[in-house]
Structures are given as structure tokens and as C-alpha cells.
Design a protein around this ligand. Structure first.
Ligand code: CUA
Length: 312
């Protein structure tokens, strides 16, 4: 297709073709019915036009079979769209467990990325070809939305919580990334590139940036400087629960309910520790709101994720 008229952006992810197929299906159904309805309208207007001033048409009382047909057919078609769309949505909502993690912090008006090795980039994101990449995203100020048209993915980036988005690039090259949520004066400038490299090339690129402090290492340091380690002792005899092997596990709370120790729960426990207290412990932990910033919280979470339970 020519550059002048392009119905969809270029495709560069495993998901893109499937999204486009659904779009084309919906477009075909809409086109078919638009033509059918408009054509029938014109045909009937001519065919049943009034031919003389005293012509009175015979009364019509309706048709059950016609009513049933125009109920069942659209219902079936929209159900197909619904199931198809939902399956795509679930595919997009659940990243594969072995995906490569990248932390994303949006702020007015830039995108900050950090790789697991600690390498940082701004408004550019380098990723390896054919590898699932999972973005853990949060905002330092207002609502942003990260959008990569060539990958057919877009997810809001919110202050105060984590959202995730994942993709698997199928082509090397440079692809636009945008902020797709109006976030102030420079919103239109909050753009950048995703650069997809061959895996070996990606490793060289990472090495070229040099060894950086990884989020896990930074988190381990923060865990001590902020004094977390005085209460969260690994022998479980501190004032707070031990954190080894905690991540991803269900946690029993003081009110009897259970929560999964995911990123959002850990973040909340750092910034609003008394919100959901673990069963068997007192709500004595001070808040770290305003003490540890979003990046620090991400580092602490990376560190907690790295803590394996004894013997596992
Ligand atoms: Cu950030 Cu628009």
C-alpha cells in the first residue's frame, strides 16, 4: 500500500496482525450493512413511490420471521466481535512469565526507561527482536498513556499505581512511541522511539552503555539506608514480616482477607503501610510517602522480588 493512503500503521509485533484482522472484519461487516441499508433505502424509495395522489397502500401488520432475522443476525455478528476482541484483550493483558522487564516512569514531558541491568534511557527504548518485553509503568505527576502504533499496544500510565503492557517485536527497526493522553502544554512533544535490535546487537548495546547499578542492587542499598532491614528481618523475628519469597504469594491480612503480594500491594505497603496490614503484626510501620520517590519504590520492589525463600 502506498504511503499516501495507509489504512493501518506498519506492523511490527506478534499482536499487530491479529488486531488488524479484527479491525478488517468489523470494517467489512460495517461496509456490507451500510451498503445494504443505503441500497435498500434507495431501491424501496423508487420501487414503492406514490404514483398517484389517491393511491392508498395496503396496511402492513409486521412480520415475525423478519423481526427474528434482524435480531439474530446482528446478535451473532456482535457476539463474534465480542469473543474475538475479548480473546485479544486477555492475550494483551497477561504478559508471559519469562518476559523481559523494563521499568517506565512517565513525567511531564518525557518517558524514562530503565532496563533490568540498570541501563537508563529517555524517550528511546531499545528492545531485542522476538523477545516478550513487559513494561512496568507509573507516573510521577499526571495521567499519561504509552502508545506504540506499530505494536498495536496502548496503556494508560497512572500516578499512584502500576500498570503493565507487553509486546513481542517481530521486525527490527525504529518505531514511533507516543503519549496518547493529553497531559499539559508539551503533551505533543512527549514522543520517542522504540528501537528493535537483533538479540546479539541488543546485548552489545547494553554492554556499550556500561555496567550500571541495577534496580535490585539500588533497592538492596535503599533497604538498609531507609532502615527497612531493622524490622523486616530474614529470620522472621522482627517487628515486620520477613520478605523472603514473598513476591507473588498470597498474604493473609489482619482483617481476615487475602491479597496477592504484587507490585501494587508492595508499593502501597511502602507508602501507606497501615492500609493492609499482614495478619499477626501491629500497624507500627511509618509511611515512606515523600521519603522514597517512585523510582526508589520500584528499586525496593525489584529487591523484594529478588529475595528467595529459604531453600528455594
Ligand atoms: Cu504525557 Cu500526554
Amino acid at each position: 500500500m502506498s504511503d499516501f493512503f495507509q489504512l493501518v500503521p506498519e506492523r511490527a509485533s506478534a499482536l499487530a496482525g491479529r488486531v488488524d484482522a479484527l479491525l478488517y472484519f468489523m470494517l467489512a461487516v460495517s461496509t456490507f450493512f451500510t451498503l445494504l441499508i443505503a441500497g435498500t433505502l434507495v431501491y424501496f424509495a423508487v420501487r414503492y413511490r406514490r404514483r398517484s395522489p389517491d393511491e392508498i397502500p395496503p396496511p402492513t401488520t409486521g412480520s415475525l420471521s423478519l423481526e427474528i432475522t434482524w435480531t439474530i443476525v446482528p446478535l451473532a455478528l456482535t457476539l463474534v466481535m465480542y469473543v474475538w476482541g475479548a480473546s485479544l484483550y486477555f492475550n494483551e493483558a497477561v504478559p508471559p512469565p519469562d518476559a523481559l522487564d523494563v521499568n517506565v516512569v512517565g513525567k511531564q514531558w518525557m518517558w524514562k526507561f530503565q532496563h533490568v541491568g540498570g541501563q537508563r534511557e529517555i524517550n528511546e527504548l531499545h528492545v531485542p527482536l522476538g523477545t516478550a518485553v513487559r513494561l512496568n509503568m507509573t507516573s510521577e505527576d499526571v495521567i499519561h498513556s504509552l502508545y506504540v502504533p506499530a505494536f498495536r499496544v496502548k496503556t494508560d500510565v497512572l500516578p499512584g499505581r502500576y500498570t503493565t503492557m507487553w509486546f513481542q517485536a517481530t521486525r527490527t527497526g525504529r518505531f514511533h512511541l507516543f503519549c496518547a493522553e493529553y497531559c499539559g502544554t508539551q503533551h505533543s512533544g512527549m514522543i520517542g522511539w522504540v528501537e528493535v535490535l537483533e538479540p546479539a546487537q541488543f546485548q552489545r548495546w547494553l554492554a556499550g552503555i556500561g555496567a550500571a547499578t541495577t534496580p535490585t542492587e539500588a533497592g538492596a542499598r535503599l533497604f538498609q539506608t531507609a532502615g527497612c532491614d531493622t524490622c523486616h528481618r530474614s529470620d522472621g523475628r522482627g517487628q515486620g514480616p520477613a520478605l523472603e519469597g514473598l513476591f507473588g504469594r498470597p498474604v493473609k491480612l489482619a482483617d481476615g482477607s487475602t491479597v496477592t503480594a504484587d507490585e501494587n500491594y508492595l508499593r502501597e505497603s511502602v507508602l501507606r503501610p497501615t492500609a493492609r496490614v499482614v495478619a499477626g503484626y501491629q500497624p507500627v510501620m511509618p509511611t515512606f510517602q515523600g521519603v522514597i520517590d517512585e523510582e526508589g519504590v520500584l528499586q525496593l520492589i525489584a529487591y523484594i522480588k529478588s529475595l528467595r525463600a529459604e531453600g528455594s
